[in-house]
Design a protein around this ligand. Structure first.
Ligand code: ASP
Length: 409
């Protein structure tokens, strides 16, 4: 894996290997005072965010720093983008300056793919941190990590993705990844946020769709609420004010329709009172802060797979699932991340930078049985009781994205 651009086409073995790595990293760092591994020492990670972000930006930065990478944040305002430089020229400049990885968030759907194309002659990896309404693959991976923890697995679980499906890259990335991992996904949205074009594509993909949240809740293992993306609603969109969210808002009464073990997710930022009631967001069923915490480990895992994983191992992971990562299981786990003196420091290309640590092995995650875990045995009535718990053109200038992005289905 050189880039992570989308979950569409990401095979189950690779996705599972990333999730296993994240799980292993999480257990390695648990309870440590100093959360620092030398795995990416000498590697340079540059993030370019041309849309606002709190969680994604911070967690990528924390992830890089916990792995000892040099992390540099570039914002459109403070860079030559402000002088009118094109995205292509900015990307080539960063690569020439030594970036091993560029993390990009951009309002134009397709921007991360374009960037990867422009950088194809270089060794720089690209991570899509959200491109318009298209995809947000690390969000889907961290959601999958959270579901695995809470539910004990993803295969055969039923997940409702609810709300502003039309504008949500989170919905698209999750739809692909959850289905790849064997879950059943139902999309729940008001008709205005699930237009004909998208509906036809979903029908062809055999994805069930619904406009009534009440009817879906009793049969799901997880409900993933989506933010209402007002910033992408240009022109005639006023579905929110018209009250059409009423049938899909996750209210306190609706929370009681969920099975006891079911988990509530939200990618953030949440609009309390809009798509989700405040009491629901704070209920023990909600795994929203766990999602954020898992985001750091998942992004560490992604950086590791892109930058520190040997070529041979990467190919093997794709071919054999996580088995390659299990090599050397039984050795102290910290060794797997080069967390030792005199660790094996060899870059993925055995190259000049050559500081990334080679994995010795990763312990298999011990998943709890289905239904176990914090969401498993909760008293139904206590749920609310406590706080327990453009297409982009080469010459396009930043900020000149096409309004609303392109609907990619
Ligand atoms: N943070 C997520 C994203 O960037 C979800 C959202 O903004 O609603 O897509």
């Amino acid at each position: 894996m050189k880039h992570l651009l989308s979950t569409e086409g990401l095979d189950a073995a690779t996705a599972t290997a990333v999730l296993d790595t994240a799980d292993s990293l999480k257990r390695t760092l648990l309870g440590r005072e100093v959360r620092k591994l030398p795995t990416l020492r000498g590697r340079t990670v540059v993030s370019m965010f041309y849309e606002s972000s709190t969680r994604t930006r911070v967690s990528f930065e924390v992830a890089g720093k916990w792995m000892s990478a040099d992390v540099i944040n570039v914002s459109a305002g403070g860079s030559s983008v402000g002088k009118g430089e094109s995205l292509r020229d900015t990307a080539l400049t960063l690569s020439a300056a030594g970036a091993d990885c560029v993390i990009i968030r951009h309002p134009a759907s397709g921007s991360a793919h374009r960037l990867a194309g422009w950088l194809s002659g270089t060794s720089t990896s690209v991570i899509n941190a959200g491109d318009g309404t298209h995809e947000h693959p690390t969000q889907a991976l961290l959601d999958a990590a959270t579901l695995r923890e809470r539910l004990g697995g993803i295969a055969d679980r039923r997940v409702a993705i609810v709300g502003d499906v039309l504008h949500s890259r989170v919905a698209r990335s999750n739809l692909h990844l959850l289905r790849t991992l064997g879950a059943e996904v139902v999309l729940v949205a008001p008709p205005t946020l699930l237009p004909d074009g998208l509906r036809k594509w979903l029908d062809a993909q055999k994805v069930p769709i619904s406009h009534e949240l009440d009817a879906e809740l009793p049969a799901v293992d997880a409900v993933m609420m989506l933010r209402v993306q007002a910033e992408r609603m240009h022109g005639g969109f006023l579905p929110v004010r018209a009250g059409v969210l009423d049938r899909v808002r996750l209210s306190e009464a609706r929370l009681r329709l969920l099975p006891e073990h079911a988990v509530v997710l939200h990618p953030g930022p949440m609009l309390r009172g809009m798509e989700i009631a405040s009491a629901v967001a704070d209920s023990p069923s909600a795994a929203i802060t766990e999602q954020v915490a898992n985001g750091v480990h998942v992004r560490m895992a992604v950086l590791y797979h892109l930058l520190a994983h040997e070529e041979g191992s990467r190919e093997a992971v794709a071919a054999q699932g996580s088995s390659t990562l299990r090599r050397g299981a039984g050795r102290p786990l910290r060794r797997a991340w080069g967390d030792r003196r005199g660790g094996v420091h060899r870059g993925r290309r055995g190259d000049r930078r050559g500081r990334a640590c080679r994995p010795a092995g990763v312990r298999r995650p011990a998943h709890p049985p289905a239904g176990a875990g914090p969401g498993g045995r909760r008293d139904h009535r206590d749920r609310l009781g406590g706080r327990r718990a453009g297409r982009l053109h080469g010459g396009v200038r930043h900020g000149q994205h096409r309004s609303g992005g392109r609907q990619r289905g």
